[in-house]
Design a binder for this molecule. Structure first.
Ligand code: AMP
Ligand code: MG
Length: 431
């Protein structure tokens, strides 16, 4: 038996960040920036107003108060998106909308709220007004956003390696970029194997079950940021399996199969894997999910067309639905994140939680128990989802945490603190 950590280390030796591709901005969410991005110009490009108001010379407003306001002549109007082609002279004001560049001559903006703008009955669009009442003295530079306040031309804005979230994507858009160099998403081919499997939507027949692994694993892959490709179910024949494996290898960066790798298994998966690639069968010291296969395939056959043959890693997961998800979480997730160029980001948040019940390892393997975690009185509390069999997939559906009971310790007793890996949002329970 090998530990979870050793299995993961052996697997990760076969993965590295994929190559960058030019990616439309919106599709790059969650991906990693492959090259430094610098500002090509100041943002904002020109000093502009942060308020709807009147562009004035601050000196002209000296001494204005609500009790003794003064009046300025309105000489123009400037909506956002234009540049004023005149200038603001002494005693003058230009009506200006948020975001518009400050006209020459002006050095302060008096917001509408500090004028008689709100008292006007005629709409501006129906005819400009002759003058405006100024109720408050404007300070020099008031309500003016300087050029380059956000980004300076030439400045390093986002370094290579940045994970692109909504704010980073917004920043790239503000720089005028329509596409970005980002590490590409890995393509993960997912293959369910077994004569007993039916496609959801097909009528149930005696002895058969629906393929759930194909769906849970593809959903996980998508959530991780990969592009899943679900292959057609392969029955337990060498021919079917060989055909599917080759189909999966065509353009995949990782081939994931489920089922058929247990010891003494009648399935032909092991035979096909061993024949088509190099594969190791490991017994990992974890429950659920002990049998695990990992190997590599040479994709592209004999490569007679001169194209380089690709080595495609293969992760062979156990068939039981909870085992398949847990092993994909513990081994597939780090692999996908490594290919995405963010190898530090795969790990889940770990917290200590008070256990509501006794949780004992069924054997000498590390036990990953599905739990419902909540926060109460400033602490995390965990209780099991119910039966913990590796076929009880609803236990995964209920869980927002996985209690990890180490292989080298005693059971968790009620009230004990235990180690929890968070896989979902933790609600705050009412006190
Ligand atoms: P195996 O690894 O082939 O011995 O399968 C272990 C258990 O997982 C058996 O009960 C299978 O029926 C079940 N199983 C295998 N593949 C799937 C799948 N794709 N979806 C749901 N259950 C599966
Ligand atoms: Mg089977």
């Amino acid at each position: 038996m090998i530990s979870v950590e050793e299995a993961r280390a052996r697997i990760l030796e076969h993965f590295a960040a994929l190559e960058p591709v030019e990616t439309p901005l919106l599709e790059a969410a969650g991906q990693v920036l492959a090259a430094d991005v610098r500002g090509g110009f100041d943002i904002p490009p020109l000093p502009n107003t942060s308020m709807d108001g009147y562009a004035v010379r601050a000196d002209d407003t000296a001494g204005a108060t609500p009790a003794s306001p003064l009046r300025l002549r309105v000489t123009g109007y400037l909506p956002a998106g234009s540049v004023y082609d005149g200038s603001v002279g002494p005693g003058e004001a230009v009506r200006i909308m948020t975001g518009a560049p400050i006209p020459d001559g002006a050095d302060a903006i008096v917001p509408f709220e500090e004028t008689d703008e709100e008292e006007q009955t005629a709409r501006w669009e129906d005819g400009p007004r002759d003058d405006v009442r100024i109720d408050v003295e404007a300070k020099l530079g008031a309500n003016i956003r300087p050029a380059g306040e956000d980004v300076r031309a030439g400045e390093l804005v986002l370094p290579a390696g940045t994970i692109l979230g909504p704010a980073q994507i917004g920043v790239l858009a503000s720089l005028g970029l329509g596409t970005v160099q980002a590490i590409r998403r890995p393509r993960v081919a997912i293959l369910s194997t077994g004569d007993e499997l039916l496609r959801p939507g097909e009528p149930l027949r005696p002895g058969a079950i629906y393929d759930s692994n194909g769906f849970s694993l593809a959903s996980m892959a998508r959530e991780m940021g990969a592009e899943p490709r679900v292959l057609d179910i392969a029955g337990d024949t060498v021919e079917a399996l060989t055909a599917r494996v080759h189909e999966g290898l065509a353009d995949a960066d990782l081939l994931v199969t489920s089922a058929g790798v247990s010891r003494g298994d009648f399935d032909v998966v092991k035979e096909v894997l061993a024949r088509e690639g190099s594969v190791g069968f490991w017994t990992v010291r974890m429950r659920p999910g002990k049998p695990l296969a990992f190997g590599t395939f040479q994709a592209g056959g004999e490569a007679s067309d001169g194209e380089a043959r690709r080595v495609v890693p293969h992760l062979g997961l156990p068939g039981n639905p909870v085992s398949a998800m847990m092993t994909f979480e513990l081994f597939g997730r780090p692999a996908v994140f490594t290919m995405l160029g963010k190898p530090q980001a795969w790990e889940r948040e770990r917290v200590r939680a008070v256990s509501a019940e006794r949780i004992a390892r069924p054997d000498d393997r590390r036990f990953y128990a599905r739990a419902i975690v909540e926060r109460r009185d400033g602490r995390y509390h965990a209780k099991l989802t119910g039966p913990q069999g590796s076929g009880v997939l609803t236990s995964m559906a209920l869980a927002n945490g996985i209690v990890v009971v180490p292989e080298d310790g005693g059971p968790v007793e009620p009230g004990d603190e235990c180690d929890v890996m968070l896989i979902g949002r933790v609600p705050d329970a009412e006190a």
